[in-house]
Design a protein around this ligand. Structure first.
Ligand code: ZN
Length: 408
């Protein structure tokens, strides 16, 4: 009984405190106004992050960006832990405490610091503001998303007397564009201790849909070994690996099942040494996308079952599915419902989308942790010369993220 009394007493105190807190929080409309006023500062942050180029394969460059981000997050009071990676850039984990001691699990904000652009790209496609957009390498995917995290946390700290309304963990990986091999285990560990995961990858399409399902991604390589011969003197003694590969590519294309969302793309082929030599070697790189976890095993089995058409050639397969699909589980759907209601309060109908590309959200969703992706900025041209984001959408994205952190 005594315990019950203490508990209900504590709960009442909490509720009084919470309602007081709610009263002091700006309304959704006021939050939007706040972020509209912050728009130029957000753009300045994006510029700072974009002008430090950070391709996945240049550790020194990624660590330079990591140092800047460490100081930006530390200035806000975040506790930064640097996860050192030998071959990749270091990964950054930043923790923010809640306003009061609370048992609620943290929410995990997930992002990546690496881009697909080699060093020097910035001189060909410089950071610039034009036509109501911000252009530059990685503005959309996803330095704009990292800037949103910084400014939303800053705003929430201001509105809650220097603390956050709930515990928040930010995790920024440096190897997302190359498969997240070195960060995956940390992402999964942090996700397991969180109540939900918000991924700051760009939104889907120009109306800013969030992503509630993503395809799983795999990469395979098929190698063919034949026998070389002089194409003029000994043609009949050769066993062409290129011809064998051509047969295999056609077989692989038969595994595509658009209705089930299974695609296999032979995106790269290589073979032979010279025009007058029967090729002894050929290889193909295959990109695989699946929508259901169970399809991974089936695609794998069918690829492994490929047999050479020419019995004098040998084929071998390497690779596998490296990102499980992010499926629209009830947990994901509930998170979307929450996001849609936050958006409605901001006067907008938030849409959801299923996309073919994978992200680190695939890992966390596959663990059963509610995950919502595409909460970053809105724009077009990710990984392309015209990569850009829409400035007018920045305040709304920031307010949506602030509302979600507060309410889930
Ligand atoms: Zn990305």
């Amino acid at each position: 009984m005594r315990e019950d009394y203490t508990l209900s007493h504590a709960r009442n105190r909490y509720l009084r405190c919470a309602s007081f807190l709610t009263m002091t929080l700006p309304t959704p409309a006021e939050q939007l106004t706040y972020f509209r006023k912050q728009q130029n500062q957000i753009i300045d942050t994006i510029q700072q992050l974009v002008e430090i180029e950070s391709p996945s394969d240049v550790k020194a460059a990624l660590d330079r960006l990591g140092t800047v981000l460490t100081s930006r997050f530390s200035e806000l009071g975040g506790k930064v832990r640097v996860h050192r990676a030998e071959k990749f850039g270091n990964h950054l984990e930043i923790r923010f405490k809640a306003a009061r001691v609370s048992n609620s699990k943290p929410i995990l904000l997930l992002g990546h610091t690496d881009t697909v652009y080699p060093i020097g790209t910035i001189s060909k496609m410089p950071f610039r503001v034009a036509k109501a957009r911000v252009f530059g390498p990685g503005v959309l995917d996803m330095k704009g998303g990292i800037a949103l995290i910084l400014h939303v946390i800053e705003a929430l700290l201001g509105w809650n007397g220097g603390k956050l309304p709930r515990p928040v963990t930010v995790f920024l990986v440096s190897d997302e564009e190359v498969g997240s091999a070195s960060s995956r285990a940390i992402t999964e560990k942090l996700a397991r201790e969180s109540s939900g995961v918000l991924v700051l990858e760009p939104a889907a399409g120009s109306n800013g849909a969030v992503k509630t399902s993503r395809k799983g991604v795999g990469e395979y390589e098929l190698c063919v070994a034949g026998k070389a011969a002089h194409s003029g003197l000994d043609f009949e003694k050769g066993q062409s690996a290129v011809i064998e590969l051509a047969y295999q590519v056609l077989e692989i294309s038969k595994l595509v099942d658009l209705q089930r969302g299974i695609t296999l793309n032979v995106g790269k082929v290589k073979g032979g040494t010279r025009v007058n030599v029967v090729p002894a070697e050929a290889r193909a790189s295959i990109d695989v996308r699946i929508t259901k976890k169970e399809d991974a095993a089936e695609v794998e089995r069918r690829l492994r079952a490929l047999k050479p058409v020419n019995p004098n050639c040998k084929i071998s397969l390497s690779g596998g599915i490296n990102r499980p699909p992010m499926e629209r589980t009830p947990g994901v759907a509930a998170l979307f419902t929450k996001a849609a209601s936050v958006a409605r309060e901001l006067g907008w109908d938030l849409e959801e989308a299923a996309v073919g590309g994978g992200s680190d959200g695939n890992f966390t969703a596959a663990l059963g942790i509610p995950t919502l992706d595409g909460l970053g900025v809105v724009g077009e041209g990710a990984h392309a010369e015209h990569e850009s984001l829409l400035i007018s959408e920045l305040p709304r994205r920031a307010a949506l993220l602030a509302g979600l952190i507060t309410s889930i």
